[in-house]
Design a protein around this ligand. Structure first.
Ligand code: FES
Length: 156
C-alpha cells in the first residue's frame, strides 16, 4: 500500500493561508478600496450642490454702502463673472455684467457719461444694460442688489 507523505516544507494547497491566496485577497481588497474611493470622487463630482450652497456661493459681498459714492461704478472681479456695481443715487444701486455681449471683452465705466464702454469695438451700454451703440447683439445681464446692515450684496 503506497502512502503519500507530505513534505514538511511543501506549500499547502491554495487557500486563505497560501501565498497565492493571500496575494489574491490583497489585490481584491486593494481594488475594492480603490473602487470605493473612485465611486466617492465621481459621486461628489456629479452631485449637484444643495440649494443653500448654491445661493451662498452666488451671493457676493461687494462692500460697505458708505464706501460706494453716488455716480461711482465699481468693477467687481468675481471669477468668471465680473460685474459692475453702480450707485445711481442715495437709494438705487444697479449691478450689471462687465462682460461685453459682442466678443466678451471687459467693459469700462465712463463716469462722465454714466455708461459702460467696451474697449474692443466701442460698444456702449446704458446703466440699464441696454445697447446704446456699437456691435453688441444684446443687452447686458443685470443682477439683484440688496443692502443688509450697511453692506451691499449682489445675487449672481
Ligand atoms: S467686444 Fe465689445 S464691442 Fe466688440
Amino acid at each position: 500500500m503506497a502512502e503519500t507523505q507530505q513534505q514538511p516544507n511543501a506549500a499547502p494547497p491554495d487557500g486563505p493561508t497560501s501565498r497565492r491566496g493571500f496575494l489574491t485577497w490583497l489585490t481584491r481588497a486593494f481594488l475594492g478600496l480603490w473602487g470605493l474611493g473612485a465611486a466617492g470622487v465621481i459621486g461628489a463630482y456629479v452631485k449637484a450642490p444643495e440649494r443653500g450652497e448654491r445661493i451662498a456661493q452666488r451671493l457676493v459681498r461687494v462692500g460697505l454702502l458708505d464706501d460706494l459714492r453716488i455716480g461711482e461704478g465699481r468693477l467687481v472681479r468675481h471669477g468668471i463673472t465680473p460685474f459692475f456695481v453702480v450707485r445711481l443715487d442715495q437709494s438705487r444701486i444697479v449691478a450689471l455684467s462687465a462682460v461685453c455681449t459682442h466678443v466678451r471683452c471687459i467693459l469700462g465705466f465712463d463716469r462722465e457719461r454714466r455708461i459702460l464702454v467696451c474697449p474692443c469695438h466701442d460698444g456702449r451700454f446704458d446703466l440699464a444694460g441696454n445697447v446704446i451703440s456699437g456691435p453688441p447683439p444684446r443687452a447686458l445681464p443685470s443682477y439683484t442688489v440688496s443692502v443688509r446692515a450697511g453692506e451691499v450684496f449682489v445675487q449672481l
